[in-house]
Design a protein around this ligand. Sequence first.
Ligand SMILES: Cc1cc2nc3c(=O)[nH]c(=O)nc-3n(C[C@H](O)[C@H](O)[C@H](O)COP(=O)(O)O)c2cc1C
Length: 307
Amino acid sequence: MHDASSPLEVAVGDLRLRSPLLTASGTFNLKTDLTGVLDVRGLGGIVTKTVTRKPRPGNPPPRIAEVPGGLLNSIGLENEGLEGFRARELPRFAAAGVPLIVSIGGDDAGEFAELAAAFGGRPEVAAVEINVSCPNVDRGTAAFAARPAAMARVVQACRDATRARLWVKLSPESPDLWAFARAAEEAGASALTVANSHVGLAVDWRRRRPVLGRGAAGYTGPGIKPLTLRLVQTVAGATRLPVVGAGGVESADDVMDYLVAGASAVEVGTAYLRHPGVFADITAGLERFVQEEGIGRLQDWVGTLAS
Ligand SMILES: Cc1cc2nc3c(=O)[nH]c(=O)nc-3n(C[C@H](O)[C@H](O)[C@H](O)COP(=O)(O)O)c2cc1C
């Protein structure tokens, strides 16, 4: 646990975090990870799995494959829906004692707005992350990631529904991501998460079939880090909003790379799935940087990359 003056403390806008490390949406499940949460030293916050209005079963199996540089997944927003999440999962997450960011998803602006209203007003929810970028669903998301105006309508509907902090999670597949960043800012976003999974494909050429049940899938892990880092730099230069980086973070060096490129905090997904001790390891690495390299406060490194 870090006190208020900890050099690891950062801020995403007006939300203070005791560490720049957040769990990435969909990769951290309190049903199985309760002891993990309690043991995780220095976790800055938890981002939940994306919640939709109704329960969703997700995509056909198999849904995860190991590939060079990371994972392919086509989970497809499997979740127990608003009512189930609010009754059973929200209290557990709230009890973890770190800022909670609830990720929401939907097919249209109305569904997003309903979810933003349901979670935005709750004291245990520090922010709502609007997932307009899941690569593993067919409806809605494809349009949101293709046109800034379609995405902005979702953000505006959420802003009209709540005064809560709204983080908008962008797609790395969007053309001209800076235009999406500006549109989200104008529509009332509080921060931008950059980014969701890239899109990839694994095939079994002998069977002439995709390896995963749905075909194309989200590509995550260290292989996407250079791609996402570049997007963070682009988005951070395009808006005044704080940026939360997500893509291939595995080490304290990766965290510093993202901060320098313009991220105020980072989300960690695939590395945690592979190694549950990763948050403690990265925290120890950051503390070592502070003590042995005298880097001072992490916050002061944000966006300091020479051009
Ligand atoms: C198994 C799995 C499930 C995911 N589910 C979601 C999700 O429900 N909502 C979402 O916004 N992102 C989801 N993601 C994307 C992650 O939140 C994150 O953006 C991405 O994995 C990049 O970070 P990483 O390279 O550290 O994994 C998922 C990723 C994985 C690997």
